[in-house]
Design a binder for this molecule. Sequence first.
Ligand SMILES: [Zn+2]
Length: 316
Amino acid sequence: MLTGNYDKILEKIALASGIEKEEIERRVEAKRAKLSGLISKEGAAQIIAAELGISFDNEKLKIDELLPGMRKVNVVGKVVTLFPVREFNKNGRSGKVANMIIADETSNIKVVLWDTNHIELIEKGEVVEGTVVEIINAGMRDNELHLGSFSEFKKSEEILENVKSEIVAKEKNILNFKNLENVKTRAFIVQIFEPRFFNVCPECKKKVISEGEGFVCAEHGKVMPEKRALLNLVLDDGTETIRGVLFHESISSLGLTDLENVDSFIKQKEELLGKEMFFSGTIRKNKLFNNKEFIIDKAEEIDLDALIKELEENAN
Ligand SMILES: [Zn+2]
C-alpha cells in the first residue's frame, strides 16, 4: 500500500471525532508545515488525534497501524522469525532478551521481549515459528514493539493466513530517510557512475584478496573468485538527492544488462538518465563521508495503471 497506514489513521480520527477526513488532512498538513516537515504525515496525524482527545490506547491494531511513540499497544501476529534468546550483562545488570518478527496480513514488525516469563514460553518451545501470539499492553520504541513485565504475551487461537512476512519498506521522501530504515521511494535517476568490479569468494561471497597467481578468502583459503559489480547513482525526488548503491543482482533490476561492454553500458545509461522509478532498500550511514547512502535492493518500473487503481480504491 502506498498510503494505507496514513489513510487508516485518518479514517479512525474522522470516525472518532466526527470531523471530515479532508479537514483532518488539512490540519495534518498545517501541523507538518509548523514543524518544518520534520515529522511524517502519520506522526502529525497522531498529534492531531491526541489534540482531539482521541487515543489509540488499548485498541487492537493491525501491524501497519503501529507508530513510533504508541503505548498500550494490543496486536495479534504470527511469529515468522524467532531469533535465539540472548543473555546480556550491561552496566551491572544482567538478564535475557528475545527478539522475533511477527506478521499479520498488513505488515510485520520486530518484537522485543524483556520479561523472563515471556521468554520462558520460547525456551520451553511453546512459542515457535508459526505460532500466532497475542500481545497486550506493549510499547513502541522507534519501529520496534517492546514488552515489559506489565505486558502480556500469550498464544492466540486466531488463525492468520497470508501474512506479510517480507520486509515492508516504508514509502518516504528522500528528505525524510533515516539511518537503517527500509524505505521505498519514487525518484528520478539524475546521475550514473561507471560500474566497479571486485572479486568475491564463491562460498561466502566475501571479498577475496589476490595472492600471487590466485585469490584467497580469509575463511575458505584459495578459491576461484566470482566477479561482482557495484554501481553508484544519484537519485532526486524533488525533496533531496541521495547517492544510491546497487550490488550485482540488484543492478539488473535497473535494466542494465551488460556492464562490462562499455558501448552497451553507455547506451543503456543514456536511456536511464532522467527516468523515474520506484527504488527500495536500506539507508546506511557512510562513515567515510558522514552522509547517508541508499543501498538499493530493487528498482521497479512505475506501473501507472496500478497506481490509478490504488488511488481509486483509496477514494472509495
Ligand atoms: Zn569464503
